[in-house]
Design a protein around this ligand. Structure first.
Ligand code: UTP
Length: 296
């Protein structure tokens, strides 16, 4: 059954954070990689801020073995808040309090890292029969005026179709991404007809790569539940998205406006840190000087 206009309203988001984070070991031995900071804000806080600015009120975080770090970060820290206020550190105390009130957070445990598709399926009960957003902490989309996930939500609410964020990657880099093929229709967006995970050199049908933002209709639950383990023995979200392409809902690729950072990769993570630091008036000049000094 196609989602009704009420079911299409996106109020809930899933943030899978139960991966092993192998590319950032040993930093991710005791904390999830989503807690690694961009300047002084954990990646997951930036991602939740994007969702909240797009109208999301409830966030389901899929946690793995280090679940307490994320739960604690979005909870009150009464002792810390009181100590900071006693010491006159009002700004810092306000920042700590603000994090604990920014969103309603539901924590769900993924007992084993069986793949991104499995992680999303773990949120089924918490989300229910309504459309929802999925945001990966690996990808940051910096857009203060129009949050990346909000751009996808608009397309979903208009069409009822699933929506994935896409960016055009440089020629020769297609093999590093999930690549989509399709045609632009009257909406101006790409109606996806095919999806290929990490195509071999020279075989990619386009340079449109999927990045970590999705808005999915409730029909995705059955597609996920019937998806068998694929590459690496994991239940892949891409396999369930394939089923959506062939269904009446369909799937759109939305070229998101904003600066995208691949924070799941070491160089991308460093770039994100520099880019966000350069946006901060109190840091901008010093960071510029530092870059010049280090480049000499
Ligand atoms: P990645 O494969 O990029 O994350 O999954 P990873 O496994 O943690 O990182 P590396 O490659 O080993 O460094 C994409 C997203 O899906 C989540 C991850 O937390 C990440 O946000 N994920 C992945 C889960 O929640 N559960 C899984 O079983 C797999």
């Amino acid at each position: 059954m196609t989602a009704s206009p009420t079911q299409r309203k996106v109020r809930k988001a899933v943030i899978p954070a139960a991966g092993l984070g192998t590319r950032f070991l040993p930093a991710t031995k005791a904390i999830p990689k989503e807690m690694l900071p961009i300047v002084d804000i954990p990646t997951i806080q930036l991602v939740i801020d994007e969702a909240v600015r797009a109208g999301v009120t409830d966030v389901v975080v899929i946690n793995g073995r280090n679940k307490h770090a994320i739960e604690d970060h979005f909870d009150h820290a009464w002792e810390l808040e009181r100590t900071l206020r006693d010491r006159g550190k009002v700004e810092e105390a306000d920042a700590v309090t603000a994090v604990s009130t920014m969103v309603r957070l539901i924590s769900v445990r993924q007992k084993q890292p069986l793949g991104l598709g499995h992680a999303v399926l773990c949120a089924r009960e918490a989300i229910g029969e309504e459309s929802f957003a999925v945001l990966l902490g690996d990808d940051l989309i910096d857009n203060d005026a129009d949050p990346g996930i909000g751009q996808l939500i608009r397309v979903h609410e208009q069409t009822g179709a699933g929506a994935v964020a896409i960016v055009e990657v440089p020629p020769g880099k297609e093999h590093m991404y999930g690549i989509v093929a399709g045609e632009r229709d009257a909406t101006g967006h790409l109606r996806i007809t095919d999806m290929i995970e990490k195509p071999k050199a020279g075989t990619a049908p386009s340079r449109w790569a999927i990045v970590g933002r999705y808005v999915l209709p409730p029909a995705i639950w059955n597609h996920l539940a019937t998806t068998k383990p694929g590459a690496g023995g994991e239940i892949q979200l891409t396999d369930a998205l394939h089923k959506l392409i062939g269904s009446k809902e369909g799937l759109y690729g939305v070229e998101v406006a904003g600066t995208r950072h691949d924070a799941g990769d070491k160089l991308g993570y460093l770039r994100a840190n520099l880019s966000y630091a350069l946006k901060r008036p109190e840091l901008r000049d010093a960071v510029r000087a530092l870059c010049r000094e280090l480049a000499e």
